[in-house]
Design a protein around this ligand. Sequence first.
Ligand SMILES: Nc1ncnc2c1ncn2[C@@H]1O[C@H](COP(=O)(O)OP(=O)(O)OP(=O)(O)O)[C@@H](O)[C@H]1O
Length: 206
Amino acid sequence: MQLEAKNIGFRYDKESWIFRNRNLSLSSGEVVGLIGPSGCGKTTFARMLAGYMQPFEGQVLLNNAPLPKKGYQPVQLVFQHPEKAVNPKWRMKKILTEGGKFDDEWLELIGIKKEWLRRWPNELSGGELQRFCVARALGAHTQFLIADEMTTMLDAITQAQIWHAVLDVARKRNIGILVISHEQPLINRLCDRVIHFSGNNSGDDQ
Ligand SMILES: Nc1ncnc2c1ncn2[C@@H]1O[C@H](COP(=O)(O)OP(=O)(O)OP(=O)(O)O)[C@@H](O)[C@H]1O
């Protein structure tokens, strides 16, 4: 399996491009880092890779085909703010099982306690809520995970526990991961290779 961004360009307004000619190739089972200065467009790029937004130029391809427009999205995005990623009117069990069932072993590995399943999102800490977002993103049909500052707001122990669980399941299921982070030590620890996005908005970044 291959997730590719080919000559992606994006602008929010007519005047200025956020970036142009961005390229990425991510294979199943690979863990790749993405770093770049604040505002260079990493989150915008991540959203396009997961099909949340369409590029103005270029294409996002999964095995040489566009991302599916309907049904389960095989490229899942987890970002920094779990409270913005969940429906506040749903209990955690419903949020978790939105994309399918999960086994107890996986919930234990990611550190989700069974009693949390009955709670509402506002009855959990940010770290507890993020465990649900990560668990949900790694549903049975996920092939690629885009982790955009996924553990940035968490303490070191929680961060380590979540990444341990994610890498474990990714290895078993050959899931490819893009790690977007400002934390160079985290990138060094997790990633097979690193892509640098420059501050200007032209050129190939690999
Ligand atoms: N909805 C929007 N409308 C207009 N401009 C936007 C919008 N969202 C983001 N931008 C701008 O696009 C640029 C890229 O933003 P993005 O969040 O993708 O950068 P980033 O590299 O992820 O930044 P950071 O590292 O600070 O999170 C920024 O200059 C930002 O101000």
